[in-house]
Write a protein that binds this ligand. Structure first.
Ligand SMILES: Nc1ncnc2c1ncn2[C@@H]1O[C@H](COP(=O)(O)OP(=O)(O)O)[C@@H](O)[C@H]1O
Ligand SMILES: [Mg+2]
Length: 207
């Protein structure tokens, strides 16, 4: 299964969720590949800073031909996570064409809801070629018990893309663990951030 984390808006959590989902899935004894499709190479930087060897390969493929090159590379893996690029539609399009599932991280802010139109438009365009493509929003950086956290789900309902039940909270553990090339599963394995990521992976597997 090839899963892309996509949103042309930067800073929404594509890289954070891609590396965390890769870690969770590899701990389920699955063969995982993490593909960095962002020219900025943040997932590659994360892997380079990791003190141990990541239990999965991390490769850079920020190319508009990603969808043609990936099948041969992906076939030896149970799960491929694509960490998508901001802005460049050409690369996002290639990532969509390469994927079975597109996860769209959005922050609970009206700006993120409006900006999501861009990726929803690309998905609509791709659906002509890819009938079986699945997609879903995942709320990231939710601040618990705020009205905006609830409102965003309603605002997103104007798009023809479902919102996952699991949302990821605003938790400093995500940034702190990434700074060390690690994940919250290393730095706080039983904490709320880890529980959220594990339940996100479970929901993803049920899609
Ligand atoms: N749930 C979260 N809680 C706290 N910080 C987060 C969370 N998700 C992402 N961040 C931080 O926000 C910044 C942007 O996240 P990143 O994953 O790099 O976004 P993108 O890849 O979409 O540009 C990073 O500094 C990251 O550590
Ligand atoms: Mg990124």
């Amino acid at each position: 299964m090839i899963i892309a984390l996509l949103n042309q808006k930067g800073g929404v959590g594509k890289t954070t969720l891609a590396v965390h989902l890769a870690e969770v899935l590899s701990r389920l004894d699955k063969s995982v590949l993490l593909v960095d499709a962002d020219p900025q190479g943040s997932a590659l930087d994360w892997a380079a800073n990791r003190p141990d060897n990541p239990p999965f390969p991390v490769i850079g493929l920020p190319k508009p031909t990603l969808h043609r090159e990936l099948p041969a590379i992906a076939k030896n893996h149970d799960f491929v996570l694509i960490d998508g690029p901001p802005r460049v539609n050409e690369l996002a399009r290639a990532a969509i064409m390469a994927s079975d599932v597109v996860l769209i991280p959005v922050q609970p802010s009206p700006f993120d809801v409006w900006a999501a139109k861009e990726i929803v438009d690309l998905l609509r365009e791709a659906s002509t070629f890819k009938e079986n493509l699945k997609s879903a929003f995942v709320i990231n950086r939710k601040i618990v018990n705020t009205a905006i956290g609830r409102d965003v789900v309603e605002a997103l309902s104007s798009y023809p893309v479902p919102v996952l039940k699991t949302s990821i909270g605003q938790r400093v553990a995500f940034a702190e663990s990434a700074a060390q090339g690690l994940t919250v599963l290393h730095t706080d394995p039983s904490g709320p951030a880890s529980q959220e990521i594990v339940s996100l992976a479970k929901e993803l597997l049920e899609l």
